[in-house]
Structure formats: structure tokens, C-alpha cells
Design a protein around this ligand. Sequence first.
Ligand code: SAM
Ligand code: DTB
Ligand code: SF4
Length: 351
Amino acid sequence: MDGTQQSLQQGRNDIPAQQTGPDLESLAQGTVRTDWTVAEVRALFELPFNDLLHTAQRAHRQHFDPNAIQISTLLSVKTGGCPEDCSYCPQSVRYETNVNNDPLMELDEVVAQASLAKAKGATRFCMGAAWRSPKPKQIEQINEMVRAVADLGMETCATLGMLKPEQAEQLKEAGLDYYNHNLDTSERHYKKIITTRTYQHRLDTLEAVRDAGLKVCCGGIVGMGEEAIDRAELLHTLATMVEHPGSVPINQLVQVEGTPLDGTEAFDALDFVRMIAVARILMPASHVRLSAGREDMSDATQALCFLAGANSIFYGEKLLTTANPAADKDRALMGKLGIQPEPCTKSTSSS
Ligand code: SAM
Ligand code: DTB
Ligand code: SF4
């Protein structure tokens, strides 16, 4: 016996006997459940990496083509000057960043950007505004943009801050498909990240969005100095909503100079992959989006995310204000992996 084998054998005596773990066979069936416990979620995070990824990939295949991903492009239609204090965000007026306070974009410009995104292969166009919540006039202006983008034959998404039930209904009426509103993190950690609106405010907006018949896009950010329990609690909250969000963006913090979270310890790539895999198992029929942070990820990390069940990306060189991989780089990655764009769900005369 060589030294390594000896030490491995000796080490084995120190490892506690394995407790009964999650039933991987049952999880791989991909049954949609909303009754998960936090203990169950934690146990998923503690699985050996290979068991976790294999189970996530099996659950993924129950609901999706494993070689297709949904492609969204983002546009910041109202950039900067936001009164909120989200400590990750370069658009808050409270932090000195290089983001200016721009007015709402003209309709023509939005349509031009959406057409370009469509020509490059995006099927969904997501319009973001740096608002705490939109005013009535602003909802009207956004509604015009929604109608025009829908007329291009694209799916539409908006992220405009907090909404009242009637505002969600107005957006639905205009033809909006998805509304993005993230929980960002666990309720406990949230208080250290944002003080100007509560977790309950976010849950109320999500309820208004759901009740209006809009599809919910809701996820969070990792790498904000949270603990493992916070990531488990965030996914638990999402996976125990009355209905799982149709789209679950998992963002890795993009650190921006001037924001309070700049300088936070870099997030471990394999922990990011775990986050994707656990989201996939908990919400097997939802699109899980490998969202912000891809500029800092290797092709290998992204490939592992797809294996773990990520099946959506933001595509195009810009997120809202920060960089995203160039479209040709993403096309090359998809080519290497044999991944195809998922077909658009919209069928209009112009599409
Ligand atoms: N102002 C609206 C709001 O906050 O509801 C909509 C736009 S806001 C920029 C949308 C989401 O982007 C945030 O909730 C957050 O999850 C994500 N985000 C913002 N800055 C980020 C960053 N630096 N890194 C990763 N995700 C970020
Ligand atoms: C989401 O979950 N991530 C996107 C989108 N929804 C709106 C935003 C990421 C923003 C990253 C920082 C920036 O570009 O300003
Ligand atoms: Fe404003 Fe949204 Fe940024 Fe928060 S995340 S500061 S609400 S733009």
C-alpha cells in the first residue's frame, strides 16, 4: 500500500457514517412540488457534486430538450438616477459610479435595438428601468414599447421596480409576457443589502404580477457575501411560491466600482454550478437562467451550468449597464457544446 492509499484509508475512519440522503431516484423524476422544506434544500446543496449534477440533468430532461436554451436580450430603457439603495447596483443615485442619469429612451430607439436583438437570434426582449416603481405616464410609455416589440414577433419582458395590481394589469393588457422582479437573496441577508424597500414589498409585487396573468421571472444574486443558508433559503422561497416562477435568473454579482459591494470576495465557480443544479431540481419545469456574471466565467464553468440544468442566457454585449459576453463568443460556445436556441413561443405574422 502506498502512502496516499494509506492516508486515504486512515482518513476514512474519520468520516462519519453517511446519513440517509435525498432520494435521488425520486428527484430525478422531475415532479413539480411546492412543499419543499429548507432541510431538503440544504441536503441538496450537501450532495456530492456528481450526484447533484447527474440528478439535476435527469430532472431537466423530464421537461426540456437538454441541448436547447432560451435566449433573451436586455435593454436598459431608463438608466441611472435610481432613488433605491440596492448595494450591488451601479444605477443607484446614492453611489458614485460611472453610470449617468439618462432620460427614458425614445420608442424608435427601443424598436431599433429590439430588431437588432431579434436579427442576432434573441427571442425575448427584456426592458429594464432604474425606477423604484413606475408612474402612470411611465407605464403608458412602457406599454407603447411593449406593443411595438411584441409586433416584431418577440416575447416581451419588463423590469420596472415595484408594481401595484392595476399597473400589472395595464402591462398585461398591453401584451407584456413576463415581468422580472427578483428577491435577490434570503430575507435575512436582504436587510444588509437594501433598506429602501422590504422583502414583503417584493413578494407583494410578485403577487400582483401573478394575479394579473403575467408570467413571473424571479431569481436572485449570489456572491453578495451571503452564507450557504441564505442561498438555500432564497431557493426555498422561490420553490415554495404558490406557483414556481416560469423563469428563474441566477445572477452572480457583477462588482462595480463605487458600489458598496465592490471588493466582495469572489464567488466559487463550483458553488455557482451547485446553485443552478439545486434550482433545477427544485423547480424542474422552470427556465433557469445563467444570468449576470458570465463575463467572469470560463467556458468550462458555463458548460457545467448547462449540464446542471441552466437553459436560458442573456445574450448581447451588454446587460443593463455592465458587460456581457459578445454575441459571436456565445455563438462559438453554443457551437462547441452543440446547443441550439430554443424556438420562440410567439407566432405572429411578422415573426
Ligand atoms: N429597478 C428595477 C428593480 O430593481 O426592481 C429593475 C431593474 S434591476 C437592475 C433588476 C435586477 O438586476 C436586480 O433586482 C438585481 O437582481 C439585478 N442586478 C442589478 N445589479 C446587479 C449586479 N451588479 N450584479 C448582478 N445582478 C444585478
Ligand atoms: C436579472 O435577473 N438580471 C438582469 C435582469 N434580470 C434585469 C440584470 C443584471 C444587471 C447586471 C448589472 C448591470 O448591467 O447593470
Ligand atoms: Fe434601482 Fe433597481 Fe438598481 Fe435597485 S436594482 S438601485 S431599484 S435600478
